[in-house]
Design a protein around this ligand. Structure first.
Ligand code: SF4
Ligand code: SF4
Length: 165
């Protein structure tokens, strides 16, 4: 890679997203990589590498990578980071950009569609509520309109998932 190959605006674009603010103070110590629960089982998943590629402006390589969707959001990396980068949140900012560019995997799109439609990933039916009643638990009520108001959508205008958080 040549030094001029990158998009110099990419790091600023990520840092401007909610959660992305800490990106530019990373000094590459790799404590996040050493602690990462996913990286322990998948060596190709490397938080520090994702940050370095982002800082170097490797926009398409980062946004199109399936690896950015492998994070379990356990926040272990954030706990050990001496710079308070909060990589988990930086990665969420990166994933939001990727989703806007149509790079979200099908599973994320389906999840976004379910959230937009019913306000939760698992629809709670009468069956579940009858089981809860048998256990003396109150019914779970669904209020999809609450989530829809957060997203700024109407029930009739379900998104295709690419703009969802
Ligand atoms: S632990 Fe923090 S400072 Fe160190 S490489 Fe990871 S994000 Fe950067
Ligand atoms: S939040 Fe993601 S990147 Fe951080 S340690 Fe957990 S799996 Fe790894």
């Amino acid at each position: 890679m040549k030094i001029n190959d990158g998009d110099p605006g990419f790091k600023h674009e990520v840092a401007a997203q909610p959660g992305g603010e800490g990106l530019k103070v990373c000094f590459g110590c790799a404590a996040c990589t050493a602690r990462c629960t996913v990286g322990q089982h998948m060596p190709e998943y490397d938080p520090r590498r994702i940050i370095r590629l982002t800082l170097l402006g490797r926009r398409q390589e980062v946004l199109a990578s399936p690896l950015i969707w492998r994070c379990s959001t356990c926040y272990s990396c954030s706990e050990v980071c001496p710079q308070e980068v909060r990589f988990t949140d930086v990665l969420t900012a990166i994933k939001n950009l990727a989703a806007r560019e149509g790079c979200a995997p099908p599973s994320a799109r389906v999840s976004a569609q379910l959230l937009a439609k019913q306000g939760r990933l698992l629809e709670v039916s009468e069956f579940e509520n009858e089981k809860r009643a048998d256990l003396g638990l109150p019914p779970v009520e669904q209020h999809p309109q609450d989530f829809q108001s957060i997203l700024g959508i109407t029930p009739e205008a379900e998104p295709d998932g690419e703009d969802a958080p």
